[in-house]
Design a protein around this ligand. Structure first.
Ligand SMILES: NC(=O)c1ccc[n+]([C@@H]2O[C@H](COP(=O)([O-])OP(=O)(O)OC[C@H]3O[C@@H](n4cnc5c(N)ncnc54)[C@H](O)[C@@H]3O)[C@@H](O)[C@H]2O)c1
Length: 348
């Protein structure tokens, strides 16, 4: 059996705790170092998770020969830089979502991954629920026919993240579109069998975020004067084969929290949230015995999968090469919102 994967974690903020918990549960990997530009954060994580070494610079941590792989858990602006450094140092990378600030950066990461002959997996954690894999199998088996339209709503009443740098465009690349939209797009696109996107149209708003009305259950506070992103997005992506995905995404809106996903197929349909229900499958009008989404630690599944891919030389189920397509869709929606025009996503 291959040896344990030795890991360094870059960034010791909110999401890194989920990675560190995942590594603690994974008997095939071991965190040997953690790094954060804020020394106390790295030290606190090291103490809590019994990690031998801490650093304030990723470069110095990556010089550790024993490290096989890293988790990149920094703000979006640093994803490309840390990933490129890690690949150049010969490490595999699990990078948090979104893959990067935009598709151009993402492509640079893909090119570097190919050159380094290492793995680049993206933390698209919704793909790692048991229910997600169950659903994907049902769709691949054609049980709901051809899924032709999907709609995903991810709307918080008062949920601008009250930590980190989420409201700052120059550090994150965008607001709820890139933060929540990446999940909404990725999950539906993956479940639909990754159809080729051809155009995007979208509109963004900021009425609550910059006026300080976005504060609620998602952290202790944010500075509205630094809020430089949208707070709400509506959009639609068209795919080459005539299918489509519609989106409504928000960090703050005058409504109740609303997480709602539907997939409409020629022979059946699926409701994923608030509960997982399959309609019109195999002659039945409603099947609700599917494993519910959100009932397990998807991050632990994600970390175990990363370790498995490294140890067995397999391709991850959420590779950078797929995340770059999602980044293209996000860029297209943002451009459509800026210009008021439909944006072509065709590459040829
Ligand atoms: N998978 C998910 O659903 C999910 C959820 C939350 C956050 N995220 C992603 O995780 C990333 C981080 O978000 P967060 O909520 O943990 O933010 P955070 O602000 O809590 O943590 C980021 C940490 O990175 C550190 N950092 C910044 N630059 C660094 C550098 N150059 N080197 C080392 N450390 C550095 C910061 O000091 C901070 O401690 C973002 O890209 C975000 O989109 C993903």
């Amino acid at each position: 059996m291959a040896k344990k994967v030795k890991v360094g974690v870059i960034g010791a903020g909110m999401i890194s705790a989920f990675h560190l918990e995942g590594y603690r549960e994974c008997s095939d990997a071991e965190v040997v170092a953690v790094c954060d530009v804020v020394a106390d954060r790295a030290k606190a994580a090291a103490e809590k998770y019994d990690i031998p070494k801490t650093f304030t610079s990723a470069g110095r941590m990556l010089a550790m020969k024993e490290i096989d792989a890293v988790s990149v858990c920094t703000p979006n602006i640093n994803h490309m830089q840390s990933t490129l450094k890690a690949l150049a140092a010969g490490k595999h990378v699990l990078c948090e979502k979104p893959i990067a600030m935009n598709a151009r950066q993402a492509q640079t990461m893909i090119d570097a991954t190919r050159k380094a002959k290492k793995k680049l997996m993206i933390g698209l954690n919704n793909r790692f629920f048991t229910g997600s894999r169950f659903l994907k199998k049902i769709i691949e088996a054609g049980k709901i026919g051809k899924p032709y339209y999907a709609r995903s709503l991810s709307i918080r009443r008062r949920g601008v993240p009250g930590w980190g740098v989420f409201g700052q465009k120059k550090l994150q690349g965008g607001g709820p579109l890139i933060d929540l939209g990446v999940h909404a797009i990725d999950f539906m696109w993956w479940i639909m069998g990754r159809p080729n996107p051809v155009s995007a149209y979208g509109i963004t708003f900021d009425h609550l975020g910059s006026s300080g009305q976005g504060l609620g259950d998602w952290g202790v506070g944010y500075n509205p004067t630094e809020f430089s992103v949208e707070d709400m997005v509506g959009g639609i992506i068209r795919f080459e084969d005539g299918r489509a995905l519609g989106l409504d995404i928000s960090w703050a809106a005058h409504t109740g929290d609303l997480y709602w996903m539907r997939l409409f197929g020629t022979k059946g349909g699926v409701q994923l949230m608030p509960e997982f229900v399959i309609y019109e499958m195999e002659g039945k009008t409603k099947i609700d015995s599917a494993p519910q989404l959100g009932q397990e630690n998807q991050y632990a599944n994600e970390i175990q999968h990363f370790a498995d891919c490294i140890r067995r030389g397999q391709q991850p189920i959420s590779p950078g090469s797929q995340a770059v397509v999602v980044a293209t869709m996000l860029d297209g929606l943002a451009k459509a919102a800026r210009t008021g025009r439909v944006v072509s996503l065709r590459t040829a």
